[in-house]
Design a protein around this ligand. Structure first.
Ligand code: AMP
Length: 216
């Protein structure tokens, strides 16, 4: 099953995507995670992406399409995949449609997470992530140790640069200008769009998300 997660930053796509992917028994690909890992490792991809990411701007489509093509062709994706944050512009939606057509795979569902902007800003400004495994936390302070980290027990909680107030505001504008048109594009192309109310407890939202993939 191929699932695309759409929705503004802070709507919970990453956390819910993790849960949906585990439930379906398929991997989750998050371009944000791929890019952050590249930045950390200092690869050419990371060096190219860093300044866009720090400002909260989108990385160029050509870069994202390259990551997407490579990831979808991998054998682990044969049973399906949950794509988190991958389709953020209309050219990316077109590119994904093209890659899936080549692979002979349908796009089963577009999950659209909806939530009011004030809640998003509140969530993103109280978010820290483990610098080793990227797990997000709400209300825990930068500098705390993520003792349960599966990658590194000395993992530290940090504030993402793009969760600083100016970058948050920029990401919202970028979402409205560049990603919201993707929703209309999918509607015009007859995609199966499931709107998920992203307000509520993690478990409430997971129940809604699983219903959208026929599990619940
Ligand atoms: P995320 O973790 O999904 O919030 O992504 C963090 C940052 O990575 C974004 O603000 C962009 O700079 C970049 N990024 C991730 N996915 C994409 C994408 N599909 N298109 C363009 N930029 C992306």
């Amino acid at each position: 099953m191929i699932v695309v997660l759409l929705g503004p930053p802070g709507a919970g796509k990453g956390t819910q995507g993790e849960r949906v992917a585990a439930y379906l028994g398929v991997p989750k690909i998050a371009t944000g995670d791929v890019l952050r890992a590249a930045v950390k490792a200092g690869t050419p991809l990371g060096l190219e992406a860093k300044s866009y990411m720090d400002r909260g701007d989108l990385v160029p489509d050509a870069v994202i399409l390259g990551i997407m093509k490579q990831a979808l062709a991998a054998p682990e994706q044969a049973r399906g995949v949950v794509l988190d944050g991958v389709v953020r512009t209309v050219p990316q939606a077109e590119g994904l449609a093209h890659v899936l057509a080549e692979l002979g795979k349908p796009l089963d569902v577009v999950m659209l997470f909806t939530i009011v902007e004030d809640e998003l800003v509140a969530r993103l400004s109280s978010r820290t992530v483990c610098d080793a495994c990227q797990t997000p936390f709400m209300g825990r302070q930068p500098g705390e140790t993520h003792a349960e980290c599966a990658h590194d027990p000395k993992g530290r909680l940090v504030r993402r640069k793009d969760d600083e107030p100016d970058a948050i505001r920029n990401r919202m504008r970028v979402y409205d200008a560049q990603t919201a048109p993707v929703i209309s594009w999918y509607r015009a192309h007859g995609a199966n769009i499931a709107e998920i109310d992203a307000l509520g407890t993690l478990d409430d939202v997971t129940v809604r998300a699983l219903k959208a993939v026929g599990k619940g």
